[in-house]
Design a binder for this molecule. Structure first.
Ligand code: C5P
Length: 322
């Protein structure tokens, strides 16, 4: 609150959540489904707090945006290897000048941001987020769609047949165990990403379709944990942060919409569904609260931009002099 408007404070902690969400987050912090091992010396709070530019350089230096290619073991030995792209995403797409990352937050509803979003050279959207019927608020251009393996596998999303997924470049991801190699992951994915990938490729052979290397998700997770004063959920980051980092590797400048909530902040989960839950904005399974703290610290735009447009401005990795 105050005249600068109510924007995300970069030190949000689980103690600021309501008691229901706090318990859910505590459960996830304890569960450790993926066998995450905390690295580094000493306690989590002993490190100095890095500045925005330092965080940006740390992200650039420690996170490798990679995708699976047909020559990569163990895939290269499988009969369907040729369905995977021969080259990684970052060598085939971009560089783009200006990009938009459109979170699916309910606060995009009635935002009127559609024109601004479409004015960027490339637009990234997530999962089942539609544009039809919502053009005024979210625009209509889709350059890349980042989808999780749950959406690919669930019956209600009709991933194989819905036209929602047929424009732009698809990028899919599925969480691997923290220290697993590709073979261990291949034999134990969260959802059947590879079966669905092969089916989709047979039906839409001309549409570019990439799969993120699961190491990428944990590298991003490590950047969050290393820069927070408390333990974060031992689950992969949300699509929102993964897509933002992906675009930072393809674009000169990245604008993220309604990831840090504007004055339109609402418990409406998605702009396209009538479902209300504060966990969508604050996180439960994903360490979303901490992802937002990190993005707030790296933001190069003004707090006013966040308050009015829900807009954060981040430099692309190529524009950083680290
Ligand atoms: O729900 P879904 O993962 O498809 O949404 C895409 C991303 O948008 C999320 O991963 C999250 O980062 C962001 N989001 C948000 N607040 C919401 C809904 C989504 O920050 N209320």
């Amino acid at each position: 609150s105050g005249r600068g408007g109510d924007v995300w404070d970069d030190e949000m902690s689980s103690s600021m959540l309501g008691s229901r969400l706090r318990k859910v987050v505590q459960n996830y912090q304890a569960m450790n489904k993926y066998g995450v091992q905390l690295s580094g010396p000493g306690g989590v709070s002993s490190r100095p707090k890095l500045s925005g530019p330092e965080l940006l350089c740390q992200l650039k230096d420690n996170v490798e945006v990679t995708t699976l290619t047909s020559d990569l073991q163990p895939f290269s030995a499988l009969p369907w290897a040729a369905q995977l792209p021969p080259k990684p995403l970052t060598s085939e797409l971009g560089p783009y000048k200006s990009c938009a990352v459109v979170s699916s937050a309910g606060s995009l509803r009635y935002s009127g941001l559609g024109k601004e979003i479409d004015s960027h050279d490339a637009v990234l959207r997530f999962n089942a987020a539609p544009t039809t019927g919502y053009e005024k608020d979210v625009g209509s251009k889709t350059t890349i769609r980042l989808i999780n393996s749950q959406v690919m596998a669930s019956d209600d999303h009709r991933f194989l047949s819905s036209s929602l997924y047929s424009s732009g470049v698809l990028v899919a991801w599925d969480p691997a165990p923290f220290s697993a190699d590709l073979t261990q992951w291949y034999n134990r994915t969260d959802y059947p990403i590879f079966t669905q990938y092969q089916r989709y490729r047979r039906l839409h052979p001309l549409q570019p379709f990439y799969i993120l290397h699961p190491r990428f998700e944990w590298q991003v997770w490590q950047r969050i944990q290393d820069n927070m004063a408390e333990p974060i959920q031992k689950n992969p980051p949300s699509s929102g942060l993964l897509g933002t980092v992906l675009m930072m590797s393809l674009c000169e400048v990245v604008h993220v919409y309604e990831f840090l909530p504007s004055r339109r902040k609402t418990e409406l989960c998605h702009y396209y569904q009538r479902f209300y839950d504060a966990a969508c904005t604050l996180g439960a399974y994903h360490p979303l609260l901490y992802e937002k703290n990190l993005v707030k610290r790296m933001n190069q735009g003004s707090n006013r931009d966040i308050y009015t447009h829900g807009r954060v401005t981040l430099p692309g990795f190529n524009r950083l002099n680290c």
